[in-house]
Design a protein around this ligand. Structure first.
Ligand code: ATP
Ligand code: MG
Length: 558
């Protein structure tokens, strides 16, 4: 049974939600997934979505998709469109679709209310001065010389900020809280800044923009969100989140934080992912090595495998690193059940069966999926010239090598026993062809005299095979924790130079006309998916995962 179908889920967030319903603090459940449209969604966002959407569903509630679009310098419509597509692809349907920018007018009114209560003021410190006045973790901040402006002056200046009378960065609106607070977020945090950049939705209507802190809780409140679930870095912002709602005397959602997903051998910060794309270390946002949902999709990940992974990792309060092998396990587990088996040879070695008639073609029955009898069988053409994998032959085999070698016999999958009788080399001494004989008595894979072979290898018929390109991926980084850099280095120093290997090989003819996104298991090699770069006559496959399951083996008792 996959973790996704496990009926009773319990964790500290679900416990809190249950308590809030029992105590009457809330009478319904509403969550939201709040991406900032400044990049593409990644597997960490899938974890957040899994929490937001699944909890709402489990409690009979609703979940909104809200774009946190309060910084026009970093946000673009392109990202909005891509995020909408990716949320849908992952299988989630939101109830309301909102933008923080929908609330700009209301947020402005909220700010005016705080000014009138004497809880907010216009400050003329420059960005550098603001930083300096803020203090540090060990030293208190200093009060701004502009902190005690009158309500009238503040109202006037704030209106003129909105009207565009002042240059960018010259003034801010700040909450008047406590410059000596142990929590730096409470040291008169900025609520509004002047940014003279057009916004992808509001155009040039505004030149002042609310900060994350002033926009997020109020947007939650406007939408009647009950549980505002976010990652751990917002824990220190919660007192401020609550302060604004209390001072504004409006509906107060409850913020609960959970651990961010960190995945080994990858990075999940948008800033770093953008750098990988912009500086050309990967081919784009959908490069199959990227942890973005687009990258994972192109790699061959299915929405259900990703959701299964999210269910398996669960919800914890403390940050930790999840082994990427666990993500691969979720995909392998699914594809093992669903992907048709086929034969493909990625590093071909030509084999001629000397005693097989020149023009004869047989069609051998092959099983499509041993895990799914309803998938049936197919016929695979077999003839005198075949390709096998270079790896499956050794001229001078070491003791534990049981596959093909001079004089030795192996079984061809679904076919016959063959014996290598000669090795043909080119002028440089490279092996270019094997001469073999086949035993006609062994069709179907067994010898009537009961003799055994130690190995079964896959193959394709040269005359029938279609050429394919296969892209074999490895981890993008050589270190499990590329974020944890040594002095003088950046995460880029740990990029894996061998994260992509491209080979050209052959596959059995039934693969011709495979649509983009179609999954297969190439027997003995791994799970592969058809890449969008495929053209008629030139199929390109991405290796989604290998067959070896390091994670399951290491967790057999878990
Ligand atoms: P950045 O990488 O720039 O810090 P972000 O990853 O926080 O951005 P947002 O668009 O602000 O991106 O995130 C939307 C939601 O997804 C937030 O609620 C955030 O807590 C959550 N989220 C983002 N990254 C992860 C992660 N790695 N694990 C779990 N949740 C995440
Ligand atoms: Mg963020």
């Amino acid at each position: 049974m996959s973790a996704e179908t496990t009926a009773v889920k319990s964790d500290f967030i679900r416990t809190a939600v249950r308590e809030d319903l029992a105590s009457g603090r809330f009478t319904y459940v509403r969550t939201r997934f709040p991406p900032e449209p400044n990049g593409y969604l990644h597997i960490g966002h899938a974890k957040a979505m899994h929490i937001d959407f699944e909890i709402a569903r489990e409690f009979g509630g609703t979940c909104n998709l809200r774009f946190d679009d309060t910084n026009p310098l970093k946000e673009e419509q392109e990202y909005v469109d891509a995020i909408i597509e990716d949320v849908r692809w992952l299988g989630y349907q939101w109830d309301g679709l909102f933008f923080a920018s929908d609330y700009f007018e209301q947020l402005y009114e909220f700010a005016v209310k705080l000014i009138k209560k004497g809880k907010a003021y216009v400050c003329d410190l420059s960005p550098d001065e603001l930083r300096e006045y803020r203090g540090t973790l060990t030293t208190p901040g200093r009060e701004s010389p502009w902190r005690n402006r009158s309500v009238e002056e503040n109202l006037d200046l704030f209106a003129r900020m909105r009207a565009g009378e002042f240059p960018e960065g010259s003034r801010t609106l700040r909450a008047k809280i406590d410059m000596a607070s142990g929590n730096i977020n409470l040291r008169d945090p900025v609520m509004y800044r002047i940014i003279r950049a057009p916004h992808h939705r509001t155009g040039t209507k505004w030149c002042i923009y609310p900060t994350y802190d002033f926009a997020h809780g109020q947007s939650d409140s406007i939408e009647g969100i009950t549980h505002s679930l976010c990652s751990l870095e917002y824990e220190d912002h919660r007192p401020l989140y609550e302060w604004f709602l209390r001072e504004l005397e409006i509906f107060a959602p409850r913020q609960i934080e959970f651990a961010r997903l960190n995945l080994s051998y990858t990075v999940l910060s948008k800033r770093k992912l953008i750098q990988l794309v912009r500086e050309g270390y990967v081919s784009g946002w959908d490069d199959p090595r990227m942890p973005t949902l687009r990258g994972l999709r192109r790699r061959g990940y299915t929405p259900s495998a990703i959701r299964d992974f999210c269910a398996r990792i669960g919800v914890a309060k403390a940050d930790s690193m999840v082994d990427i092998a666990m993500l691969e396990h979720s995909l392998r587990d699914e594809l093992n059940r669903t992907a048709p088996r086929v034969m493909a040879v990625l590093r071909p070695l030509r084999v001629v069966l000397e005693n097989y008639p020149e023009d004869k073609v047989e069609h051998l029955e092959a099983i499509n999926n041993p895990e799914d009898p309803s998938a049936g069988t197919r016929l695979v053409p077999f003839s005198r010239v075949l390709y096998i994998e270079q790896d499956d032959f050794m001229e001078n085999p070491p003791p534990k090598f049981y596959r093909l070698a001079p004089g030795r016999e192996v079984r061809l999958r679904y076919g016959y026993f063959i014996r290598c009788v000669d090795v043909v080399k080119d002028a440089q001494g490279n092996i270019v062809e094997l001469r073999c004989t086949y035993d006609p008595q062994t069709r179907g894979g067994n010898a009537p005299d009961g003799r055994k072979v130690k190995a079964t290898i896959h193959w394709v018929s040269a005359a029938h095979a279609i050429p394919i390109e296969a892209r074999l991926y490895d981890h993008l980084f050589t270190r499990p924790d590329p974020d944890n850099t040594e002095e003088g280095q950046t995460f880029l120093d740990y990029l894996n130079p061998r994260s992509l290997e491209v080979v050209t090989g052959f596959a059995e003819p039934c693969l011709a006309d495979s649509p983009v996104g179609k999954h297969y298991q190439f027997e003995r090699l791994g799970y592969f998916v058809v890449d969008p770069d495929s053209r008629p006559g030139h199929l390109v496959f991405n290796r989604s995962v290998t067959l070896k399951d390091a994670w399951a083996r290491a967790n057999q008792n878990g």
